[in-house]
Design a protein. Structure first.
Length: 218
């Protein structure tokens, strides 16, 4: 079963969110990078003009190849009525926790496109408090809503680019390959070299590799 069909079944089982009027300008919001041990969490908001032709080929970013995501990134940024990207860095994630950092990123992204939209639609099951627009959460939205699909692509491409740049500065961790996720190779590099400034110290695998962690747990 495809992710899109599963998301549609979720809506059928639990009830779809109220449909926005066809002419309403929707800010689709999604994130990339909540789970990795290093690097930022990326949050994007995208607003399309409902009267313009649709961009073909949009989908959940995880269902697309890197090359296809790059192609769509260019088309989205050229044709969107408005779009905005927020990168919440590791220090802020450690300060707030990853959940609150993601919600803050969503608030900031929506605020930046609020001039061009009337409503926000968030991928997931939570609408952040203090959003600059009226909003709704849509579980599986990155497989259903085109603005959310576009936001997922912007967030994923931008974060992957960031991690490739980070690899140039810290090649010993292999960020270009695993994008900061806790792969065996990344964990081995953490144990050998210790964390860098881009690692999330609030995440247990990183915290366990900090100087003194072994002594503290003894």
């Amino acid at each position: 079963m495809s992710r899109r069909h599963a998301a549609a079944m979720t809506l059928a089982l639990f009830g779809a969110a109220p449909a926005a009027p066809p002419s309403q300008r929707i800010a689709g919001v999604d994130e990339a990078g909540r789970g990795p041990l290093a690097g930022p969490v990326a949050v994007a908001a995208v607003v399309f003009d409902p009267l313009r032709p649709r961009i073909n080929g949009l989908d959940d970013s995880k269902q697309l190849s890197p090359a296809r995501r790059e192609q769509l990134y260019t088309r989205i940024t050229e044709r969107a009525l408005a779009w905005h990207l927020v990168l919440v860095d590791a220090a802020r994630i450690d300060q707030l926790n990853i959940y609150q950092a993601t919600l803050q990123g969503m608030r900031d992204a929506v605020a930046a496109v609020a001039h061009a939209a009337e409503f926000a639609r968030i991928d997931g099951n939570v609408v952040p408090k203090g959003l600059a627009l009226p909003g709704e959460a849509l579980v599986g939205g990155d497989g259903i809503d085109r603005a959310i699909m576009a936001a997922s692509i912007i967030a994923k491409v931008a974060r992957d680019r960031y991690m490739h740049d980070l690899h140039e500065r810290h090649p010993q961790y292999g960020f270009a390959q695993h994008k900061g996720y806790g792969t065996p190779a990344h964990l081995a590099a953490l144990r050998e070299h210790g964390p860098c400034s881009e690692h999330r110290r609030s995440f247990a695998p990183v915290r366990d590799c900090l100087p003194g962690a072994v002594l503290a747990s003894a």
